[in-house]
Design a protein around this ligand. Structure first.
Ligand code: SF4
Ligand code: SF4
Length: 341
């Protein structure tokens, strides 16, 4: 889709950049404070930067062979052609701009085929290190929202740790919004997080198509996740619960639409997320799905689905920009209704 208005132009450009997913920086671009090396999420293990296109943020993986390049003067080029000027790199607070998004356990016993943490057992970070990271971020920038994420540890200690950290954040900085994105087991987990002061929750379904979900996330039970989401909405409120849905695993548009509707009907906002295709996850994806040649979704598909999501959210009186933390606040990896369109 080509639009002639400014917002439409930025939307198109962001969609094209997300579809490609990579950028290289010209010599002379200062990298101080702008590189994020995520330890969880779609780009775990990669170096990424965030660029600002007017009101839109885009997170891109650094790659010396990327078609898209950013010059020291803020010009964005693709294959040598100028595609945008006045582009800025955004400073990263912790993982992303304007937010402390930190990982509690940088490994996971589960084996989601698309995830770089899959099957890597790692020790939980200490509570003191997490708190000092937050304090450090608050000293070096304005006070920003905090989000905690985690893989699943063998002893399941990430929940206790998150509860303690959320308690300490809320004791010290009562007004700071806090979001948590971990594997929730049951209603009790949700109650403990709510009691600690957690404001928002992410419960990741990850995959729209139930058959593909079974193949790429063998431990996930779709019905149980939907049931937990309903409990979470009752406790945290409509629009305060979100869920990643990955695009690019072979799911149909219809499966994505159906899932977005199903989630919106219970008050949950989907974050539509292009598949991160890296050497670290490709073999596992091929084994799980019996196919190869994975690619990120094209720009027109990203726009088509994001536009459909706008309508679905409006019908259910939800706003993707109503959350203060996690991916809904960052918006670097997705076309975000309310922010980008
Ligand atoms: S549950 Fe799956 S997606 Fe989440 S950290 Fe573990 S392996 Fe990755
Ligand atoms: S959208 Fe989410 S996963 Fe992507 S950079 Fe922002 S916080 Fe991280």
């Amino acid at each position: 889709m080509v639009r002639d208005d400014v917002v439409g132009h930025i939307l198109q450009l962001k969609a094209e950049l997300l579809a490609d997913g990579r950028v290289r920086l010209h010599p002379g671009v200062s990298t101080i404070g702008i590189i994020s090396a995520p330890t969880a999420g779609p780009a775990a293990g990669e170096s990424t930067v965030f660029i600002r296109l007017d009101g839109s943020r885009v997170r891109l993986r650094l790659d010396d062979h990327a078609r898209v390049a950013l010059t020291a003067e803020g010009t964005l080029e693709r294959d040598g052609e100028v595609i945008a000027t006045g582009v800025k790199l955004e400073p990263v607070v912790a993982h992303c701009p304007e937010q402390v998004y930190t990982t509690v356990v940088p490994g996971c016993i589960h084996k989601c085929a698309f995830c770089a943490l899959s099957g890597h057992v790692a020790a939980a970070r200490s509570e003191e290190i997490i708190i000092s990271r937050i304090e450090h971020a608050f000293k070096s920038s304005v006070v920003v929202p905090v989000a905690l994420t985690s893989g699943v540890s063998p002893d399941g200690s990430e929940l206790d740790l998150c509860v303690r950290v959320v308690n300490r954040i809320k004791d010290k900085w009562r007004v700071v919004p806090v979001g948590v994105s971990i594997c929730i087991k049951d209603k009790k987990d949700l109650e403990r997080l709510l009691e600690a002061g957690c404001d928002e929750i992410k419960i990741n379904l990850e995959v729209a198509d139930p058959d593909i979900l079974r193949k790429v996330c063998p431990h996930k039970d779709r019905d149980a996740i939907i049931a937990l989401m309903k409990e979470a909405v009752e406790m945290f409120g409509r629009g305060r619960v979100c869920s990643n849905i990955i695009l690019g695993l072979g799911e149909s548009d219809q499966a994505v639409l159906d899932t977005m509707k199903e989630l919106a009907a219970i008050g949950v906002v989907a974050n539509l997320r292009p598949l991160e295709v890296t050497l670290a996850v490709e073999p596992a994806l091929e084994r799980a799905l019996g196919i190869g040649g994975f690619a990120r979704p094209q720009a027109d598909r990203l726009i088509r689905l994001a536009e459909a999501q706008c309508k679905i959210l409006a019908k259910h009186r939800l706003s993707a920009s109503g959350m203060d933390t996690m991916c809904s606040a960052c918006t670097g990896c997705d076309l975000a209704p309310g922010e980008d369109l």
